[in-house]
Design a protein around this ligand. Structure first.
Ligand SMILES: Cc1cc2nc3c(=O)[nH]c(=O)nc-3n(C[C@H](O)[C@H](O)[C@H](O)COP(=O)(O)O)c2cc1C
Length: 351
């Protein structure tokens, strides 16, 4: 068994976390990871407050283990979704892209706050704000990393802060877990790898596409949802890179998002303004591009539209070769990590 600060703090068996992934981390997948000894995280970005509550309650009905929610703070409905998570006393509240205003409220019921960072300079700020754990996202990751790889970022951050660290980006096997621990992390968070499991709702055609992909088959840029992010190479993703700013798609997508999230015109404008004043200073167009991206994302994961869809995915797709259950995957990663760690310590002692 690998015991780390992460397993101690979270009260879980293995230092492995399911990364929050909008649409994909639905209750079955979250519960499957929790029941297999990891930490499941449910991403709420796509949810109305009612859906957030329903999903949290569904997860509670599927597992008695601790779990968390993930909310992108610059997304529409972030404040309401966080409020629901607090009312439901969710054990772990993970945020990304924004400033956490809710830390004291989460601590008041014994919950923990997990900040996601991609820049070392945000690590100390998050610790000082009261975050209990940091998730460090490297350049290899699906969706939103920054320019530094996990290899560089984790050791830098581990020198800056004292709270537990979770490595995200590029990890898909036991060697990755062992490497993350060696770099100074206390556990790993995996998105792409858990996306390609039996319990994941991602359409089979995209699971197969990820398995067939090499480590070179992703594209990184800000044309997809307006923020630097990584997607699987598909026809549509390549066309978006060529086309640049997708004005018509953005308007269509913004209208769709407004409808899905039940936003009044006033709320929609307010959300756009909130995004402009967020720490990262995104423009109103980012919201529209996020919406357009959401539409294409749904075409990928639900309809399996290989031509028209786009899917956030990490470079580690190049190393993913099968579709295990979450239990099989977690057990295999732990055995492999322990094996690697044993071998490397044998090398150290020269035996
Ligand atoms: C399809 C998909 C959707 C994602 N959605 C979110 C999200 O809603 N919120 C968030 O903070 N990160 C999101 N991410 C990023 C993951 O939480 C995680 O940081 C990333 O997958 C780690 O890199 P890896 O894919 O190499 O494991 C998403 C990733 C994927 C693959």
């Amino acid at each position: 068994m690998l015991k780390t600060k992460m397993t101690d703090l979270f009260g879980i068996r293995h230092p492995i976390m399911l990364a929050g992934m909008n649409w994909i981390t639905e209750p079955n997948l979250v519960a499957a990871v929790c029941n297999a000894g990891g930490l499941g995280i449910f991403a709420t970005a796509r949810c109305t407050p009612e859906e957030t509550r329903e999903n949290i309650r569904e997860i509670k009905s599927l597992t008695d283990k601790p779990f968390g929610i993930n909310q992108i703070l610059v997304s529409p409905g972030a404040k309401d979704n966080i409020k629901i998570a607090i009312e439901e006393k969710v054990a772990f509240v993970n945020y990304s892209l924004g400033k956490p205003w809710f830390i004291d409220e989460v601590h008041a019921y014994g919950g923990k706050v997990m900040g996601t960072i991609a820049l070392a300079k945000h690590a100390k700020k998050a610790e000082e704000a009261g975050c209990d754990v940091l998730i460090i996202t490297g350049y290899e990751a699906a969706a939103h990393g920054a320019d530094a790889t996990s290899m560089v970022l984790i050791p830098i951050v581990s020198r800056l802060v004292n709270i537990p660290l979770i490595a995200a980006g590029g990890v898909y096997d036991g060697r990755g877990l062992a490497a993350a621990l060696a770099l100074g992390a206390d556990g790993i968070s995996m998105g792409s790898r858990f996306m390609i499991t039996k319990e994941s709702m991602v359409h089979d055609s995209f699971k197969k596409l990820c398995i067939g992909a090499s480590e070179q088959d992703t594209l990184y840029g800000n044309v997809f949802d307006g923020m630097p992010g990584r997607v699987l190479k598909t026809k549509e993703a390549e066309a978006m890179v060529k086309k640049g700013f997708p004005l018509i798609d953005s308007i269509k997508g913004a209208l769709l998002l407004k409808r899905i999230l039940n936003l009044s015109p006033g709320q929609f404008v307010k959300t756009a303004m909130d995004m402009m004043t967020a720490e990262e200073g995104h423009s109103v167009w980012v919201l529209a591009r996020q919406a357009a991206c959401n539409m294409k994302h749904m075409m990928a994961i639900m309809d399996g539209d290989i031509d028209g869809g786009i899917l956030f995915a990490g470079q580690c797709c190049g190393g993913i070769e099968d579709i295990p259950t979450c239990q099989e995957l977690i057990d295999r990663i732990i055995i492999e990590a322990e094996d690697v760690m044993e071998k490397t310590s044998m090398l150290k002692t020269g035996s």
